[in-house]
Design a protein around this ligand. Structure first.
Ligand SMILES: [Zn+2]
Length: 72
């Protein structure tokens, strides 16, 4: 499920509050991050993924940590 605009803003604020930023992709060295999506990757495990639109490299964030920062 793709995040809404409000959820995307909340996630970015959460990320930057921890000193995190999405810079150039570590694989292809370009910057084409696609909108974040929430996925279920196990029976009781959800994660937020962000992937590079050029090479597919993917960042994974556990919803166990991120969920409280993202509005429903
Ligand atoms: Zn890439």
């Amino acid at each position: 499920m793709k995040l809404s605009d409000a959820q995307t803003r909340a996630f970015r604020m959460w990320l930057s509050s921890r000193g995190g930023v999405l810079l150039d992709c570590p694989v292809c060295r370009r910057r084409d991050w696609q909108p974040a999506e929430m996925i279920e990757s196990g029976k009781d495990y959800r994660e937020l993924v962000i992937y590079c639109g050029l090479c597919g490299y993917t960042y994974h964030f556990s919803m166990n940590v991120v969920a409280s920062a993202i509005p429903n």
